[in-house]
Ligand binder design. Structure first.
Ligand SMILES: Nc1ncnc2c1ncn2[C@@H]1O[C@H](COP(=O)(O)OP(=O)(O)OP(=O)(O)O)[C@@H](O)[C@H]1O
Ligand SMILES: [Mg+2]
Length: 244
């Protein structure tokens, strides 16, 4: 049997030194504290969990360990306006495929604005569809990245890509992700979107106060709460707004 090229990133293993201060950020985050290793899906791995559970912290450390900059973009972007580089990535050991991805992108909703400014400054519009990202709406500019910048055979790290997208565009994004997966791409995505999470056969890792665990789509709060709310919203609103 031929060796599979994917996943490009097979596993990360955390090797924390004896000098780690477990009371300080980022080691105090439960999901970081409990981090031993993560095995990635060849297609799509999702990070989910409450706000503050540590998804971005871990995704950013993986991105840095892979050679991306804090602010995101392709590996050639050298931009670090987000402040000091977190040391977590230095503790990560990466197990990679024999095959190197031909493409890569670290998308962060929170610093995408800075990437857009950087692209304008370096006059690099060609591969973003020929228009300044600032001349497009938030969602349009993200779709421009997805459609023009992701070339396939790539390793893509996305932090809350849904932040900019209408429900309809989230469906379009799912379709693009699927096409890229079929073209030998791998994704690691931190998300709160019950739509994106529906991607078939994905590995969903829940970050919580005890660490990280794998969950099935229909067992996620995202699925259960959204479904329950949409099916019963008049009643749920009544309950929500009832005086204590
Ligand atoms: N630079 C920092 N210094 C200290 N604490 C930080 C720093 N950055 C993040 N934190 C804390 O680390 C924890 C994890 O944050 P992180 O951004 O990884 O969460 P998240 O799971 O991505 O949440 P969200 O869903 O809101 O994006 C949070 O409690 C946050 O307040
Ligand atoms: Mg986050």
């Amino acid at each position: 049997m031929a060796l599979a090229a994917k996943p490009y990133l097979q596993r990360i293993t955390a090797l924390f030194g004896a000098d780690v201060d477990w009371d300080s950020h980022p080691y105090s985050v439960p999901a970081v504290r409990a981090l031993e290793s993560i095995d990635f899906h060849a297609d799509v791995t999702f990070f989910i969990g409450e706000n503050g559970a540590g998804k971005s912290t871990v995704l950013e450390a993986i991105a840095l360990a892979l050679g991306f900059s804090m602010e995101g973009g392709t590996r050639s972007v050298r931009l670090n306006s987000a402040g000091a580089v977190a040391p977590l990535h230095q503790a990560l050991r990466l197990a990679k495929s024999y095959k190197t991805p031909k493409d890569g992108y670290f998308f962060r909703a929170e610093s995408f604005h800075n990437i857009a400014t950087y692209m304008d400054e370096v006059g690099y519009l060609g591969s973003y569809g020929g228009r300044s990202l600032h001349a497009q709406s938030h969602g349009e500019s993200f779709m421009a990245v997805l459609l023009n910048k992701f070339k396939g055979k790539g390793l893509y790290l996305l932090d809350e890509p849904e932040a900019a997208l209408s429900p309809n565009r989230q469906l379009a994004a799912l379709r693009v992700i699927h096409q890229l997966v079929q073209d030998q791409s791998q994704f690691i995505i931190a998300t709160h979107s019950p739509i994106l999470l529906a991607y078939p056969n994905a590995k969903i890792l829940l970050f919580d106060g005890t660490g990280m665990s794998e969950v099935a789509y229909e067992d996620t709060e995202h699925y259960a709460i959204t479904r329950d709310f949409l099916n019963h919203y008049p009643r749920r609103l009544e309950q929500l707004f009832a005086p204590d």
